[in-house]
Design a protein around this ligand. Structure first.
Ligand code: DHB
Length: 307
């Protein structure tokens, strides 16, 4: 039994798409809605205005993952709000991103006034907007934005976080997040600003930002697990943890849940394998659970043992 919970909605599977992968157009979103063993879906992070994103090439497949500098290409907030209000057939998290704190407030004020009552995720961690820092690396700025947001916003809201690498930074971001009635954190976003070198060509592999880009896939799995675990250990029980990063197998899904993930997202591996990955992961996870004698995800969620 792989059933899971999305803030009160029962899902048939704990698996999600990672925002950005196959979720930008209506056609792609409808594909997700029709994907078996995808428990819920997440939309491409929407900005107030539609964006073309950064120049191509902006995604590059690596042996152990991927590098991208997409630059938030999206059809604009109005399109995704219409989609979740009118076309949604599977539980969906509306992902929104802001290029400034002021944009975040404008967008969430509109959402507060709208008919939408479902879950939203505020992306505090896009690494690919030229000249913009990742907001969630600035703890005081994150606190200020959330303080203003929750002065008016009363609907379900979570945040997408960048990876942290320092135990004191986990303490600091958790202390900020615990002040607010967040539904969830989604961790991790891609590891910002890696660089790949094509040895034959002696050049970078993506165009924007001189080749620097966000890393995903297998190479980020240990960072993702650390972030899921460290945040689960520090956040209020009321804040769910959505684990994202480095999942290519049922074992990886199991590991995320053992670290405390309530739901688990798949990004790079969908790019490599297509939407059939969710059936494979569900079967592999079920086989691991059967072998271990676990009936439900709650039997092992968060129960990682220390030495
Ligand atoms: C983009 C945004 C993200 O949040 C991310 O992790 C990777 C890429 C983007 O559109 O550039």
């Amino acid at each position: 039994d792989l059933s899971a919970d999305l803030f009160g909605q029962t899902l048939t599977s704990p698996l999600l798409n990672a925002s950005g992968v196959h979720c930008q157009t209506k056609e792609e979103l409808n594909d997700l809605a029709n994907t078996s063993n995808l428990g819920a879906m997440v939309t491409k992070s929407a900005t107030l205005q539609a964006r073309e994103g950064n120049p191509n090439p902006r995604y590059y497949d690596l042996e152990n993952g991927s590098i991208n500098s997409m630059g938030l290409p999206n059809l604009g907030y109005d399109f995704y709000l219409d989609y979740v209000l009118q076309e949604q057939t599977k539980p969906t998290i509306l992902s929104v991103a802001a290029l400034s704190a002021a944009d975040a407030i404008t967008l969430l004020k509109d959402l507060q006034a709208s008919d939408y009552q479902g879950p939203t995720e505020l992306n505090l961690s896009c690494p690919n907007i030229v000249g913009e820092p990742q907001l969630a690396y600035d703890f005081e700025a994150t606190d200020r934005v959330l303080n203003e947001v929750f002065s008016f916003y009363t609907k379900p809201l979570g945040v997408k976080l960048p990876p942290y690498f320092d135990l004191v930074h986990f303490d600091k971001i958790a202390a900020v997040l615990n002040k607010y009635p967040l539904t969830h954190v989604n961790t991790i976003n891609s590891i910002g600003n890696g660089l790949w070198v094509d040895i034959d060509q002696e050049q970078v592999v993506t165009k924007a930002k001189g080749g620097f880009g966000g890393l995903g896939g297998t190479m980020v799995l240990p960072t993702a697990l650390a972030n899921v675990r460290a945040l689960r250990q520090r956040l209020n029980d009321s804040i769910k943890v959505l684990g994202t990063g480095g999942v290519t197998s049922g074992e990886d899904v199991f590991a995320h849940i053992l670290c405390g993930a309530d739901l688990v997202s798949v990004g790079t591996q969908v790019m490599k394998e297509g939407l059939g990955v969710y059936d494979r992961l569900a079967e592999e996870l079920k086989a691991i659970m059967a072998e271990k004698g676990y009936q439900t995800l709650a039997d092992f969620r968060g129960k990682l043992k220390e030495l």
